[in-house]
Design a protein around this ligand. Structure first.
Ligand SMILES: [Zn+2]
Length: 236
C-alpha cells in the first residue's frame, strides 16, 4: 500500500490540500485528480523539504489549474475579509465575535459570528458548520417551490446536506430523503433549482428515462442550460 500524506499549500491566500503519495517513481509528478484535487507522486526517498520546495515552484500551476478546482472544497483557514463563494458570487466574509457560531447574509455580505475571530482554523470549522445550516435552509425553500412535482403520498422530502464531490444530489423514495452536496450552495440559485427539481422529479421516475426528462423540462424548460451553467461553474 502506498503511503499518502496531506500537505497544505497556500497560493495567493488560497489553501490547497495536496495528497502526496510516495511511490516507486523516478521524479515528482503533480496532477489533478477526478475530484479536482492536486495530487503529487514522489519517489520514496525525497524529504519533506524537497516536497515543499517542489510545490512552491509549482504554485503558479496549482493556482491556474484550480480556479474551478476549488469548487469542491471549503477554506481550511478563514480570516476576516477573505473571499468565499456563496450562491454564485465571490463575497468578502465579515468575521465577528459572538457567543454562538452563526452565518447570515446581510445585504449580500456573509457575516460569520465565532467565539474567536482571531483563530483562522476555528473560523473555517465554524464556517463549514454554519454554511451547512444556511445551505439546508436555502435548499428547503427551493424544494418547497418545486414540491408540486412530487406525488402527494411522499409529502415534502427531508433534505440532508453532505460534502459530496462526485454528484450534486440523490433522491430516495424509500427514505423520503433528498441528499444534496454542500458545495451546491456555492452555485447560483438557478443552478441550485435545477438540481433540486431533478431530485424532486425522481420521486415520480427513479431513472433518467424520456418520461423523467419530459416531466422535468415541462416544469423547467431551460433545465439543460442551467445544468451546463452549473458544470461550467464547478469546472466539470
Ligand atoms: Zn438523477
Amino acid at each position: 500500500m502506498y503511503n499518502t500524506q496531506r500537505v497544505i499549500q497556500t497560493v495567493n491566500g488560497v489553501s490547497y490540500e495536496i495528497a502526496v503519495t510516495r511511490k516507486k517513481v523516478k521524479r515528482m509528478t503533480l496532477r489533478i485528480d477526478r475530484q479536482g484535487k492536486p495530487c503529487l507522486s514522489v519517489p520514496e526517498h525525497v524529504t519533506r523539504e524537497q516536497i515543499e520546495d517542489f510545490l512552491r515552484s509549482c504554485s503558479g500551476w496549482i493556482a491556474e489549474h484550480s480556479g474551478c478546482r476549488t469548487f469542491f472544497s471549503l477554506p481550511e483557514r478563514l480570516r476576516d475579509a477573505d473571499e468565499v463563494m456563496i450562491l454564485g458570487e465571490k463575497r468578502r466574509i465579515s468575521i465577528v465575535r459572538g457567543a454562538k457560531a452563526s452565518l447570515s447574509l446581510r445585504d449580500e455580505i456573509p457575516v460569520l459570528s465565532v467565539r474567536d475571530p482571531e483563530d483562522p482554523a476555528g473560523a473555517a470549522a465554524a464556517y463549514e458548520k454554519t454554511l451547512k445550516e444556511l445551505a439546508l435552509d436555502v435548499f428547503r425553500k427551493r424544494l418547497e417551490l418545486y414540491a408540486d412535482v412530487i406525488p402527494e403520498r411522499y409529502g415534502l422530502p427531508e433534505i440532508r446536506v453532505r460534502k459530496m464531490t462526485s454528484r450534486w444530489g440523490s433522491a430516495s423514495r424509500k427514505t423520503g430523503e433528498i441528499h444534496l452536496s454542500l458545495y451546491l450552495i456555492k452555485a447560483p440559485l438557478d443552478c441550485i433549482d435545477s438540481v433540486v427539481l431533478h431530485e424532486a422529479v425522481h420521486f415520480t421516475y427513479m431513472d433518467h428515462s424520456e418520461k423523467f426528462y419530459e416531466k422535468l423540462l415541462a416544469r423547467m424548460p431551460d433545465y439543460r442550460q442551467r445544468s451546463r451553467k452549473l458544470k461550467e461553474y464547478a469546472g466539470h
